[in-house]
Design a binder for this molecule. Structure first.
Ligand code: WTA
Length: 660
């Protein structure tokens, strides 16, 4: 079994501020416990009530949960709704028409405000534009866009007409984009000429061109291009069109397409333990329900809040807590095009001050890099800014170490704001384990307790519950509405990856290790138990990076492991055997650079190994299996204390120990 050593556990508890508790949507632990008890007493009734209270159903559901084809669960299956109608039209009816939906701040600092009425018009127009191209319910549309109102409108427009979107993060390479286009069988790509980040213009449309030229994408009939910078790009006759041309003559009204609750709202590719990314498929009804509920519960959202989630729409966090959740509850949110360090590392604090953000949700990597920056330059320290508008902080994507938690709590939250360490995954659709800010006493480094209705547990490899204090495998014992429905095109992989027979076939395997505190029952996530790395909150499969490396003609073998990193949580370390003699000195440096760039082209810059070590061979067992466990120790720079008697070639360890 994997190493379940927990992070250094803090024991000090931080109570939520009394004023917060008083006004919270879920106030106090008694309320939290009562909600948990209600969900245990009548699981289906609990979810049905929330689904009726929080969503508009065009056709009300009569069935709540269908478990006949477990683990292919179906929620609210005979109900019909439209996600975009729930996010937009409902706000026009309930007095939010003139309310600001989005405060968009561009990389250069220009701010645009979009009201719910305007957003509704833009989405309707976009939806009509897509329809005019012949895009229909069930078609797949790939979105490869910068952070923009148009990117959100593109997602909402797909939802409005029942097309299933697949957003590909703008940092992925042409090859990664091509693979996702092919796997999804998409008929259109929506992109921009360029994206602007940190003062730099980066291409998007030319990468789409490259992806399509790689072949196999003949099903793409349309490429729609949003003009962001006015860069000179090529438009392929018949296939490519400017977004503004597509929208020019379209009406700003568009009847939504009513879809079944189980209709696939989107596919989002994420890394697993093989070389091929998994297309995580989400539903419409169950997904939106949890997006809305967690906005109310975890983020305690209120009508006057200014919510800011700094994620990119290319990741699940940007789906649930930018494109859908905030709109589903009629919130005002900030959307930011740029990066936290431009024009300087005070950008986040400056924007919180300027837009009077009340809820701020970001990743531990960002916090850690801003701690470093603030230490180096007092002018970008959060204390230099007026952050008094903040009332709640959140963290997502990776474990937050207690030191970073404390800094965030003290310097950004002024010891006045609860910090919600939200544990969840692309597959879970929304938060799973998190403090409720007006109820749960917080412990730095712990995501505390599951949300009401979420049945998480720590078990051993056979699915037996483990006592508190003992590290094991994190599972979810009952299906929940926003869970992954299948892996696009590969139901068998879905079953095997998430509902393995060893656990009985009906228990969801999260892929993380966890331990519960002996006294409080609080969960601490101990990290992935599969071959998935988490670098700066970006999920990457070691196998994907290995496949990319061995695709290079000079590489014979490669093994990739994670190495703890102070800022990015983990960093990528690759052990490589070349088809020629092992390089040393400057030659090794040169080849390492070439290979890094190669991985950047194959997958995207986020997957570039930080470190590459060359060897004559890799440590293998007599049956030829690479012992990655030993490589992890070497990458860390530690001495090997484990038993290496099963190793075919123990001498290789000394060679690989040296960083090059
Ligand atoms: C990790 C991101 C510890 C975990 C929303 C999980 C976390 C993976 C936390 C999912 C947290 C996410 N504490 N670890 N609060 N949040 N993780 O799919 O390993 O990009 O399985 O979803 O990130 O990453 P994904």
């Amino acid at each position: 079994m994997a190493d379940f050593a927990p992070l250094k556990q803090e024991t000090h508890m931080f109570e939520p501020p009394a004023s917060f508790v008083k006004n919270a949507n879920i106030s106090g632990m008694d309320n939290y416990r009562a909600m948990c008890a209600a969900s245990e007493r009548d699981y289906e009734g609990f979810w049905a009530q929330h689904a009726r209270d929080h969503l508009f159903w065009h056709k009300p559901f009569t069935k709540v949960l269908n478990q006949n084809d477990a683990p292919f669960y179906r929620w609210f299956e005979d109900g019909q709704l439209n996600v975009s109608y729930n996010c937009l039209d409902r706000n026009l009816q309930n007095g939010n028409a003139a309310k600001t939906a989005i405060v968009f701040e561009a990389d250069g600092g220009q701010t645009t405000r979009v009201s719910y009425k305007e957003l509704h018009e833009r989405v309707c127009q976009f939806a009509n534009g897509l329809k005019s191209l012949g895009i229909r319910k069930g078609d797949r549309v790939v979105i490869y866009m910068p952070m923009s109102v148009e990117g959100i409108a593109a997602m909402q427009a797909c939802a409005r007409i029942g097309a299933t979107h697949s957003v590909v993060f703008g940092g992925f390479s042409a090859k990664s984009l091509q693979e996702r286009i092919i796997d999804a069988g998409a008929i259109a790509v929506i992109t921009a000429d360029e994206q602007v980040r940190g003062g730099k213009h980066l291409p998007l449309k030319s990468i789409v061109d490259e992806a399509l030229a790689l072949g196999g994408c003949e099903h793409i009939k349309h490429v729609v291009v949003y003009r962001r910078t006015g860069a000179n790009i090529q438009l392929a006759e018949g296939r490519d069109k400017w977004l503004h041309d597509v929208l020019a003559s379209q009406s700003t009204a568009c009847e939504p397409e009513w879809v079944d609750a189980e209709h696939p709202l989107f596919i989002l590719y994420t890394s697993g333990s093989t070389g091929k990314p998994k297309g995580v498929q989400h539903s419409s009804g169950g997904y939106l329900l949890w997006a809305a509920l967690t906005m109310k519960w975890t983020f305690d959202i209120k009508p006057d809040d200014v919510f800011w989630c700094t994620a990119d729409i290319g990741w699940i966090t940007g789906h649930t807590y930018i494109a859908y959740g905030p709109l589903a509850v009629g919130a005002t949110q900030i959307v930011f095009e740029g990066v936290p360090t431009y024009p300087n590392a005070g950008r986040f604090w400056d924007m919180i001050q300027k837009h009077k953000a009340t809820i701020f949700y970001t990743a531990p990597t960002a916090i850690r890099s801003l701690i470093k920056a603030a230490d180096a330059d007092p002018d970008v320290h959060p204390k230099k800014y007026d952050l008094s508008s903040l009332r709640l902080l959140g963290s997502v994507g990776e474990p937050i170490n207690p030191e970073a938690w404390m800094w965030y709590y003290k310097n950004v939250g002024n010891e006045n704001c609860p910090v919600t360490d939200t544990f969840w995954q692309t597959e879970s659709g929304g938060h799973m384990i998190s403090p409720l800010p007006g109820a749960t006493p917080m412990v730095p480094g712990s995501c505390t307790l599951p949300l009401p209705g979420i049945m998480t547990a720590v078990v051993d490899e056979t699915g037996q519950d483990l006592p508190n204090g003992q590290g094991g495998i994190l599972v979810v014992k009952r299906p929940w509405p926003s869970m992954i429905r299948t892996i696009w095109g590969d139901p068998e992989r879905f079953r095997k990856s998430y509902f393995p027979d060893e656990l009985g076939g009906k228990t969801y395997l999260a892929g993380d290790g966890a331990v519960r505190n002996e006294k409080t029952g609080y969960f601490t996530i101990t990290g992935r138990i599969d071959d998935v790395l988490n670098v700066s909150g970006h999920r990457m499969g070691t196998m994907e990076i290995e496949s990319a490396l061995v695709a290079n003609p000079i590489v014979a073998e490669a093994a990739v492991v994670g190495k703890p990193d102070e800022t990015t949580g983990e960093s990528i370390c690759a052990f490589v055997v070349l088809k020629r003699a092992r390089p040393t000195g400057d030659e090794a440096k040169q080849i390492a650079k070439e290979l890094r760039d190669w991985v950047g082209k194959e997958i995207g810059p986020i997957a570039k190994p930080k470190e590459i070590r060359f060897g004559d061979n890799l440590p293998k067992t007599r049956s030829g299996k690479i012992m990655r466990r030993l490589l992890r120790v070497l990458a860390k720079g530690d001495d090997i204390t484990q038993d290496v008697s099963t190793l075919e070639n123990p001498a290789i360890l000394a060679q690989l120990k040296q960083a090059q």
